[in-house]
Write a protein that binds this ligand. Structure first.
Ligand SMILES: [Fe+2]
Length: 192
């Protein structure tokens, strides 16, 4: 199959636009579009979190658990790629202090997901549980898609090879398919 792809990358070192053209058969461009993939993930997470808030307000524990499992599944490869390649590549722009801040934000999301799983695991929700879980989602998980989708403006300043490093890592992380909480407790060196 003939594959024609055009990738335009902003070369931030020299300040000009560089265009790369790949034409051929097979898989010269199998890597994912990093910015689009990350953006799509954030939109799925946003929609899932908003649905979770509605579900928890209705005290539908079964549906809320189902949504949490979806988040766990998408969040594992997503966080893994962010921590293994995306954040380290972006550190050249925002420095060590902000790098630490966004890792701490990941710690907060991981601990929040554990708290939600624990409460939903009781099988039913009191009014107080429901209010507390909504607060956890809004204040401890929602900030991630908000701030992390903002990082897309910095991803646009990476070179094509830096983006490729992230896309290959994201592809491998998705293939490994390890959910967020399992990754956080086993592979992730930093403990939340
Ligand atoms: Fe993210």
């Amino acid at each position: 199959m003939l594959v024609l792809a055009l990738q335009t990358a902003l070369n931030h070192n020299h300040g000009y636009i560089t265009a790369f053209y790949y034409v051929g058969c097979g898989n010269p461009m199998t890597e994912l579009d990093t910015i689009k993939e990350m953006s799509d993930d954030h939109k799925i997470v946003r929609d899932t979190l908003l649905e979770m808030v509605d579900t928890i307000k209705k005290k539908d524990v079964t549906k809320a658990f189902e949504l949490l499992i979806n988040l766990d599944k998408i969040g594992g490869p997503h966080f893994r790629a962010e921590e293994e390649t995306m954040y380290p590549e972006l550190k050249q722009f925002f420095g060590d202090q902000y790098y630490e801040k966004i890792l701490t934000e990941h710690d907060t999301v991981i601990n929040a997901a554990k708290k939600i799983a624990e409460t939903l695991g009781k099988g039913s929700l009191t009014n107080e549980d429901s209010q507390q879980l909504v607060k956890i989602i809004q204040n401890e998980i929602m900030p991630h898609p908000i701030t992390c989708s903002g990082l897309e403006i910095l991803l646009e300043r990476l070179s094509a090879s830096e983006l490729e490093t992230i896309s290959k890592n994201l592809e491998a992380s998705r293939k490994a398919d390890i959910p967020l909480l399992e990754w956080a407790d086993s592979i992730r060196a930093r403990k939340a």
